[in-house]
Design a protein around this ligand. Structure first.
Ligand code: SF4
Ligand code: SF4
Length: 370
């Protein structure tokens, strides 16, 4: 198999050639216009960012993708599915308000913004995949019904998959509420009792009412009710609610790959990783910790696996920033930064599985554009 082509440009600019112009050139060079967009509905899958997080993708990038697709005759819309956990993107109303607050208004981006899985996250299509973990994938209707898929991804660390790029945005991000439950359900958290201060934050925010206080004044999780959404892990400031990984971390990444394959199968698709503000964790958090490397650039490809592999390789080859979470972790040049930060994750297994099921290629040719 031929290596997949990944096109990359850095963030250097000069008068008359700003980053938006470079971005458009990159998309053209990579052959985005080879797709027949005429009259087609084009889902641009994006993460609008949880309010309070400032590492998410600037709307300006989305606006440029939209402008190019419209020039090519397509009907683009920006889209995402709502979250499983409580927060400011857990239903279509809150999610749209959050998107607008973060700058993704139709006026700014030049197209409609549609929450793909409806008002309460239950509008989905079941796409047959018949793979190791999932027989079908429950994909938000607006994404499932689109003719063409573009993923516009902020590349960063992720607490469950090591890093988040195209595959994470496509797979987990396109799952409806039920789909997200299916992907999360093998990784339920546990409470480490000695750390628990009984602050009650996890209890207040558990959408399933699965947490209560024991007689010893420690949080405890009812595993029968828990759906493994990870919200309590995200909210606990005392490292008491922890994800139980092991085998299940790999299963989660494999399920995400299966869902990503369901999203793109049989449709023209193209993928964009913006590698800046590379925060240690997902944009689902309402804060973003300091970036772990300098802003590197933009990578695009028809192949989401090759794109993510090229992106993770570039981040791992870059010097780490000393004012980041990596300080004091003994990070050497070339070390796997994402595994240092999230030692219980295994992004390599996820990429290998994505390759095995036919989502894309692990070998890539990096073509640098100035
Ligand atoms: S948020 Fe953490 S410290 Fe607070 S009750 Fe829950 S587990 Fe305990
Ligand atoms: S206990 Fe389970 S359902 Fe509740 S917030 Fe934690 S992971 Fe989610």
């Amino acid at each position: 198999m031929q290596p997949a082509k990944v096109y990359f440009t850095d963030f250097r600019t000069r008068p008359g050639r700003n980053i938006i112009k470079k971005f458009r050139s990159l998309m053209n060079k990579a052959g985005l216009s080879d797709i027949d967009f005429e009259g087609k509905m084009v889902a641009i899958k994006i993460h609008f960012g949880e309010p309070g997080n400032l590492a998410y993708i600037r709307p300006n990038y989305a606006a440029e993708v939209v402008a190019l697709i419209k020039e090519l005759g397509g009907k683009p819309f920006l889209t995402d599915c709502s979250t499983l956990y409580s927060g400011l993107r857990s239903n279509a109303i809150d999610h749209l308000n959050s998107a607008m607050k973060n700058g993704f208004s139709p006026l700014a981006v030049g197209c409609p913004v549609i929450i793909a899985d409806g008002l309460r996250g239950i509008e989905y299509r079941e796409i047959p995949i018949n793979l190791k973990h999932c027989q079908t994938a429950k994909i938000g209707s607006a994404i499932a019904d689109a003719d063409i898929i573009i993923s516009l991804n902020h590349f960063k660390g992720h607490e469950q998959t090591g890093f988040g790029g195209a595959i994470k945005n496509l797979g987990m991000g396109s799952g409806s509420r039920g789909g997200k439950m299916e992907m999360h359900s093998s990784s339920k958290p546990r409470i480490v009792g000695e750390n628990c201060t009984a602050c009650g934050i996890c209890i207040d925010h558990c959408s399933q009412q699965a947490i209560s206080l024991s007689e010893q004044e420690q949080a405890m999780i009812d595993e029968e009710i828990c759906i493994g959404c990870g919200q309590c892990v995200a909210l606990c400031r005392f490292n008491s609610a922890q994800v139980v990984w092991g085998q299940s971390a790999e299963v989660t990444t494999e399920k995400i790959a299966e869902y990503a394959l369901a999203v793109v199968s049989g449709k023209p698709n193209f993928h964009i990783n913006i590698i800046n503000s590379v925060s240690p964790n997902c944009d689902c958090w309402s804060h973003n910790d300091a970036p772990i490397v300098s802003d590197l650039g933009i990578a695009v490809s028809y192949d989401p696996v090759a794109l993510d592999k090229a992106s993770v390789d570039m981040v791992n080859q870059a010097p780490f920033l000393t004012a980041s979470v990596l300080a004091g972790k003994g990070c050497e040049p070339g070390d796997d930064k994402f595994t240092l930060i999230h030692p219980n994750t295994n992004w390599r297994k996820g990429l290998e599985y994505a390759h095995r099921i036919g989502l894309g290629c692990l070998d890539y040719q990096l073509l640098i554009e100035s």
